[in-house]
Design a binder for this molecule. Structure first.
Ligand SMILES: [Zn+2]
Length: 53
């Protein structure tokens, strides 16, 4: 499972309908609103990502 960086929900990449590529990485979203928020300001949602690694 991938984590939606906007709302932190788990998203299955196989069925995900919304995704974005940023800096050679693909991010998956649970809803179009999450993708829109990410596209607008990706860095905002990528900070603090290190907790999950
Ligand atoms: Zn979401």
């Amino acid at each position: 499972m991938e984590i939606d960086p906007v709302c932190k929900m788990e998203v299955d990449p196989v069925t995900a309908q919304w995704k974005s590529e940023y800096k050679d990485q693909t991010y998956y979203f649970c809803a179009p609103g999450c993708k829109a928020s990410f596209d607008k300001d990706p860095e905002k949602y990528l900070k603090g990502e290190d907790q999950d690694q």
